[in-house]
Design a protein around this ligand. Structure first.
Ligand SMILES: Nc1nc2c(ncn2[C@@H]2O[C@H](COP(=O)(O)OP(=O)(O)OP(=O)(O)O)[C@@H](O)[C@H]2O)c(=O)[nH]1
Ligand SMILES: [Mg+2]
Length: 598
């Protein structure tokens, strides 16, 4: 039996190829907004960090209507570190819209998300987006997409995907690159005509898979899931098949469907419907809401393993507790446990001591976003250098490998190759698009990516674009030289003076500004030599007959290099911490007193 009034689709793509922008346009053209309603750009990117960074971090569900058919859409993040969100989103849908930038073509994450969609036997629709770009190369990109499908062993029917050509920003989709369509109708029609309607027997025992969680101050915890069989009515008694195998009875008192940015109360849901259910305490992702008499759990959501780990510890710096409200290990533990409920791709274990935790995830950005979120919630913590998770395969040590794509102007190929050479990368492909830019593909141990982005951006004057994707495990590749520099470390507490900076700035780059307060053991700069150097960064100029303060004003200081969170995480060595508080990001030695450091 199929539910012809519904289609469920996820939008997947590499980062920035225009997914969220396309959802905006679908909103505008399906009457989601009232006539005078204020329309925000990338409305689905509702998180504070999403708006600040201009990227999608969490997958989100919405719904629009076209010719009486309800189209549920899941917008997913394109950044590789949030791949877990995509894997989970694919559980809700019957098909995907694969967006590909008309100039950039398929990139590593395009491959990853398409691979996951094909594995789940979802029906693909291809949308070549941004055809307005002056450097668009539509036909070439389409060929690359076919190659990608073939490379991923797409089945015969999957290869017969429809192709649309879009300018998401203008709300236009065309069946041919040069036809005169001026809206998204061809896209809506393709979704309704080509995507299979959801199947499932409304008379069978209820099965609803929870694939996402949300929270509202008004409704409490909200579980988002899809009905696979049976019918759920408001007020029904149901069983929850928990992840640990136990069964719990409860009643569903409130359920909602998605209409644009709003949720609409529903009284009945049938197979294929995507719903938000409120008021079920303790329910989590992967659990099945089922028939009370005949509980039938659906298969658990399997997702890829973490590849990177980081230690989070209680802040033990002399400034601990000054700037944040939550600082104890209990605070950290509770917050991390809460994170586990919604963030399916991270793991939390106890760390080496009682005051520390080991968090594993998919990448540095994913963990940095978690830290940034916590710091905005008034937590303080220290984070250690990220480590790559190795494993034993047939008795030998293996490490994660990434497939890395670097796009850069021709003139920088030399420096890029050199930088990657020292990181044990092997070139797998090099394409010159003839536009003055070159695309080089590498296989490189994940370890080799730590600190790579900032290095390459410096080496190429900000012109290179890097994209990487986890590509399995290889035998341990031997030592990769890490940061070749040491740290400049404050040898006493106090306030930084311009005078001291002036005298130290030849030794390396300074991370602090005059007037800033430091403690002993805090890292105040990067030493250009490979050893740490203890420095007095608070030294005052001896008072002579000249007035010190005016003399201070006259000296020329190189502007400080103020590290943001990601840069700080990339910078620290094994014996160093990044100290994070709501007000500051500081770097420090793990051992603060210089006499106790080696
Ligand atoms: N020229 C052009 N730019 C577009 C078009 N569609 C989107 N963009 C721009 O591309 C950028 C990225 O758009 P998003 O919609 O945030 O991309 P996304 O795929 O949702 O990105 P992530 O969720 O972070 O993976 C924005 O600056 C958009 O304005 C288009 O059709 N043409
Ligand atoms: Mg987005």
């Amino acid at each position: 039996m199929q539910n012809d009034s519904v289609r469920n689709i996820a939008i997947i793509a590499h980062v920035d190829h225009g997914k969220t922008t396309l959802v905006d346009a679908m909103f505008r053209q399906s009457g989601v907004y009232g006539e005078h309603e204020h329309v925000t750009e990338r409305a689905m990117d509702s998180g504070e960090l999403e708006r600040e960074r201009g990227i999608t971090i969490l997958a989100k569900t919405t719904g629009v209507r076209f010719r009486g058919v309800k189209i549920n859409i899941v917008d997913t993040p394109g950044h590789a570190d949030f791949g877990g969100e995509v894997e989970r989103a694919l559980k809700l849908v019957d098909g995907v819209m694969l967006l590909v930038d008309a100039s950039e073509g398929p990139l590593p994450q395009t491959r990853y998300v398409l691979m996951k969609a094909l594995e789940s036997r979802l029906t693909p629709i291809v949308v070549i987006n941004k055809i307005d770009r002056p450097d668009a190369r539509i036909q070439e990109v389409l060929n690359e997409i076919y190659d990608l499908f073939i490379d991923l062993d797409a089945g015969e029917s999957q290869l017969e995907f429809p192709v649309l050509y879009a300018i998401a920003r203008d709300g236009v989709a065309k069946r041919k690159p040069d036809d005169d369509s001026s809206d998204l109708r061809p896209l809506f029609e393709t979704i309704v005509d080509h995507l299979p309607a959801p199947k499932g027997d409304p008379e069978a025992p209820l099965q609803l898979l929870v694939a996402n969680l949300d929270y509202s101050d008004y409704l409490g915890r909200i579980a988002i899931g899809r009905v696979f069989s049976g019918t759920l009515r408001q007020g029904d008694e149901v069983s929850i098949c928990k992840l640990d195998g136990s069964i719990r009875m409860t009643r569903i008192t409130k359920m909602y469907s998605f209409e644009g940015l709003k949720r609409v109360e529903e009284t009945e849901a049938r197979p294929g419907d995507i719903l938000a259910i409120a008021g079920v305490e303790g329910i989590t992702i992967g659990e099945t809401v089922s028939d009370p008499e005949d509980p039938r759990p659906l298969a658990k959501i399997q997702i890829d393993e973490p590849t990177i780990a980081m230690t989070f510890a209680v802040n033990t710096s002399p400034f601990a507790g000054r700037e944040g409200r939550y600082v104890t290990s209990r605070n950290l533990r509770e917050r991390l446990e809460k994170e586990l409920l919604t963030n399916v791709s991270i793991r939390v274990e106890d760390g080496d001591g009682p005051e520390s935790f080991r968090i594993s995830g998919r990448g540095e950005l994913q963990l940095a976003i978690l830290i940034e979120t916590m710091r905005r919630e008034s937590y303080e913590l220290m984070a250690g250098k990220p480590e790559i998770l190795t494993k034993q395969v047939n008795g030998s040590l293996h490490e994660p490998l990434e497939h890395l794509t670097v796009d850069c102007p021709e003139g920088f190929v030399g420096v890029v190759m050199e930088q990657l050479g020292t990181r044990k990368a092997k070139t797998s492909k090099m394409v010159n698009h003839g536009s003055g830019r070159v695309r080089i593909e590498f296989d490189v141990p994940s370890r080799g990516l730590i600190g790579l982005r900032s290095q390459i951006l410096t080496d190429t004057k900000g012109t290179a674009i890097l994209n990487s994707l986890f590509a399995g495990y290889i035998e341990w590749q031997g030592e990769i030289p890490m940061r070749p520099t040491g740290s400049l470390v404050a040898d006493r507490p106090g306030k930084v003076t311009g005078y001291a900076i002036f005298n130290l700035q030849e030794r390396g780059e300074i991370f602090v500004e005059p007037g800033q307060e430091v403690y002993q053991g805090m890292i105040v700069g990067e030493n250009s030599r490979d050893k740490d150097l203890n420095v007095n960064i608070v030294r005052e100029k001896k008072l002579t007959n000249m007035r010190a303060s005016t003399a201070d004003d006259a000296i020329r200081l190189v502007p400080a290099r103020l590290l943001n969170l990601e840069q700080a995480i990339e910078f620290v060595n094994d014996d160093e911490w990044v100290e994070v508080t709501p007000a500051a990001i500081r770097l420090r030695k793990k051992t603060l007193s210089s006499s106790f450091r080696k």
